[in-house]
Write a new protein. Structure first.
Length: 367
């Protein structure tokens, strides 16, 4: 790991064709330790790789003579009008990619017009993130709980004070996954984590140490605690089974977030997209569903929505855009997904996001 960590200072338009190109370019500007942390998966990276491959398990059926043009990706969600059903996933330490950190990413997401999910392990304060995004920008807060409920109350109060519209409890990271790339690089966080400074400084810590400082023994009572203390909708993130759907909703969760942490936690587990279909059937319309992990194309967004997701969150691609172009690069990444989604919608005969939800995908029997 570098003794002096120097993240990118870039701000401005970037040139890329797809997310593969973007990642290759980002590797050139993000320091080795930071890039390894951002890009890597757990263990043998089986689940990490399956996340993207699994989208090929379902096929989008092209439709003709549907009398549509200029598909509309906008939608209303939680009282906000979003430019597309694509939101910012919570990602720790944006300062690893760009010195402007979450202030730049929040600005880019706000310009695009969608929800920004701030991480507990952000490089900036919630006040800075709110100021950068603007007072009216829809922002959610992703919560890693402390072992001290007094600290938890203070952090939730901070999130509410800064206009968070929902709390996202990350429940699948009670210990760190087997991040061999981080160990190989000797990676420790070079930046502070001001939001959780009451229980974790961040600086000089491994990911295992960071997770070890947060609460491991999560239960339905924690969902109820967050809902009571924040008086905000609680999304449980990391749900991949019918059993966990019932446990989360039974505890008072008002949203389900299907995720395997981008393949960074339990290697050998299912692809997030394969879990989505199971979870959506279990939820059966009782709560909104957010989906992430492996999303690299507009067709992935389409397939996720057709299989039951209400919103699709993207993480790594946004951080690569941040590294290469700051707030402008972040906005360009969202524009890329929106443009591809519009193309897919047209070819699939769907005028609106509501039409995508009615689309029937075909099982791919040729894999």
């Amino acid at each position: 790991m570098e003794k002096i960590y120097q993240a990118s200072t870039a701000e401005g338009a970037i040139d890329f064709i797809n997310m593969c190109d973007l990642e290759i370019a980002a590797e050139e500007v993000i320091p080795k330790g930071g890039y390894g942390y951002i890009s890597s998966g757990a263990g043998d990276i089986f689940t990490y790789q399956e996340n993207e491959r699994a989208f090929n398990h379902k096929l989008i059926i092209p439709h003709v003579l549907k009398d549509i043009e200029l598909p509309d990706t906008t939608l209303s969600f939680g009282g906000d009008t979003l430019s597309a059903p694509i939101i910012m996933a919570p990602v720790a330490a944006h300062g690893l990619a760009n010195v402007a950190a979450e202030q730049a990413s929040a600005k880019g997401v706000s310009r695009f017009g969608t929800i920004y999910t701030a991480s507990s392990y952000a490089s900036c304060t919630l006040e800075e993130i709110r100021a950068a995004g603007g007072q009216e920008a829809p922002q959610w807060f992703q919560f890693y709980m402390s072992k001290d409920d007094g600290i938890n109350k203070d952090i939730l109060a901070m999130a509410k004070r800064n206009g968070a519209k929902a709390i996202v409890l990350t429940a699948d990271a009670t210990v760190g996954g087997n991040r061999e790339t981080d160990r190989r690089n000797g990676f420790t966080f070079p930046l502070a984590m001001p939001i959780v400074q009451a229980y974790q400084s961040g600086i000089g810590q491994t990911m295992d140490a960071v997770y070890g400082s947060s609460k491991q023994k999560l239960s339905p009572q924690d969902v109820a605690f967050i809902a009571k203390e924040s008086d905000l909708p609680v999304y449980v993130k990391g749900v991949q089974s019918e059993e966990d759907v019932e446990r989360a909703l039974g505890a008072g969760a008002q949203g389900i977030w299907v995720s395997n942490h981008g393949g960074r936690q339990l290697d050998g587990g299912p692809a997030s997209f394969d879990s989505l279909q199971i979870v959506a059937e279990a939820v059966a319309g009782r709560a909104p569903i957010v989906f992430d992990s492996g999303v690299r194309r507009g067709q992935h967004v389409f397939k996720a929505i057709a299989c039951g997701a209400d919103l699709v969150a993207i993480g790594r691609p946004v951080i690569y855009g941040l590294a290469l172009g700051g707030a402008t690069g972040v906005q360009q990444v969202f524009d890329f997904f929106k443009k591809e989604l519009e193309m897919v919608m047209q070819l699939a005969g769907t005028q609106t996001v509501a039409d995508i939800k009615k689309a029937v995908l075909r099982d791919n029997r040729y894999l």
